[in-house]
Write a protein that binds this ligand. Structure first.
Ligand SMILES: N[C@@H](CCC(=O)N[C@@H](CS)C(=O)NCC(=O)O)C(=O)O
Length: 196
């Protein structure tokens, strides 16, 4: 099993963390998504969408989209709740992450922290959308230690990827104490040091 991924990408790290948590052996092929390499003919032959992460299975089959890869790797494990309602709630958070969280928080991290784009060149709506996402998480975490109540699941792994480094995108987490405590809890479950 090979994972084409960038160590600077939360979407890619999600996949690595799930594989590590489940003791799945894989080869990590560092692929810098900022370098243009994902748009080369060689990479497009692997993932025609031109994005990392991409999982290449032993038989050559390829799977893209971080959350789809996590679901594939975690099939049958405790990271996917066995209860039908809890499992559906986990999916609710995975879909929400890709539509309402990642497009604001990850995009600001990429632009400000990695590409050094000046704040005034960014769409102000991204900051508002990112804070709305953080507020939604803060509200949810009043109900339990994890996003799906008491169950640690792929929802937490997907959401922690960019939330733990949200400050790199100019998001001050001071107003979100439950989110900060949850980040520490999830990092501890995954054996990760606190993000700088
Ligand atoms: N929804 C996709 C997003 C993947 C994505 O945006 N990957 C970025 C790195 S985080 C990438 O490969 N960008 C390179 C490009 O689009 O050319 C996922 O969750 O895997």
């Amino acid at each position: 099993m090979k994972v084409y991924g960038s160590s600077r990408s939360g979407n890619c790290l999600k996949v690595k963390w799930v594989a590590d948590a489940l003791g799945i052996v894989f080869e990590w092929i560092e692929t810098d998504s900022f370098s243009g390499v994902t748009r080369t003919p060689e990479f497009l032959a692997i993932n025609p969408a031109g994005q990392v992460p991409a999982l290449v299975l032993g038989d050559g089959w390829v799977l893209a989209q971080s959350n789809a890869i996590m679901l594939y790797l975690a099939e049958g494990s405790p990271l996917i709740p066995s209860d039908g309602y809890d499992r559906a709630k986990m999916f609710e958070w995975l879909f929400w992450e890709q539509y309402s969280h990642e497009p604001a928080i990850a995009v600001r991290i990429a632009r400000l922290f990695y590409l050094k784009t000046p704040e005034e060149e960014l769409d102000p709506a991204l900051l508002k959308k990112g804070h709305a996402a953080l507020a939604r998480m803060e509200q949810q975490l009043q109900q339990g230690a994890y996003l799906v109540g008491r169950v640690f699941s792929l929802a937490d792994i997907a959401l922690v990827a960019y939330t733990r480094v949200a400050h790199r995108g100019g998001f001050d987490l001071a107003a979100y104490p439950l989110v900060r405590a949850w980040i520490a809890r999830v990092e501890s479950r995954l054996g990760l040091p606190a993000a700088e």
